[in-house]
Design a protein around this ligand. Structure first.
Ligand SMILES: Cc1ncc(COP(=O)(O)O)c(C=O)c1O
Length: 173
């Protein structure tokens, strides 16, 4: 455990964290395992994971069936790019599935790695849309004060929490 705290201090940069605090106190908690709604740390403390980690463990921890299908797919094809119309079966089938359960009119899916990239992509897409409509000046994005939209360049700029901006927005036109 002590070794993990030292390694964390030396090599692990944590998002939205004070480096000074990390260096002084070490990691607040080091999680070891998860089962259903519970997480257990390296000291044996058990927590209810009330926010599904960062909202992405929607069906709970330790799901055997997910581990199995992931292992099968990783053995068959670990990754393949979708650039330049390259495609592959799992992405095609997932896009079709999402389209089938989405509201009418939402028929096609653009995959990203998470929320921040999704918001950056949405901002780029809407700006491209207005550009090809012949209205490139329509560039304003409206966001709520104190709203959180992620950590990428555009999504940080539309995040309404000044602490996220550092020395100024990176993307403020
Ligand atoms: C409303 C909202 N937008 C964007 C994000 C950023 O998503 P991610 O952490 O997957 O980049 C989050 C979550 O962190 C969020 O709650």
């Amino acid at each position: 455990m002590e070794n993990l705290i030292e390694l964390d201090k030396r090599h692990f940069i944590h998002p939205t964290s004070s480096i000074q605090q990390q260096q002084k106190d070490g990691a607040k908690v080091i999680m070891e395992k998860g089962e259903g709604i519970y997480l257990t740390d390296t000291n044996g403390n058990v927590y209810i994971d009330a926010m599904s980690s960062l909202w992405n463990v929607n069906i709970g921890h330790g799901r055997e069936e997910l581990a199995e299908v992931a292992a099968q797919q990783l053995k068959k094809l670990a990754f393949s790019s979708a650039f330049s119309t390259f495609s592959h079966e799992p992405a095609i089938k997932l896009a079709e599935k999402i389209a089938s359960i989405s509201p009418t009119g939402l028929n096609a899916v653009f995959f990203t790695s998470g929320g921040s990239e999704s918001n950056d992509s949405a901002i780029k897409l809407v700006r491209h849309y207005w550009k090809i409509q012949g209205k490139p000046g329509r560039r304003k994005i409206i966001a709520l004060k104190r709203g959180y939209h992620g950590v990428a360049a555009a999504s940080t700029s539309v995040t309404g929490i000044p602490e996220f901006w550092g020395n100024g927005r990176t993307y403020d036109d």
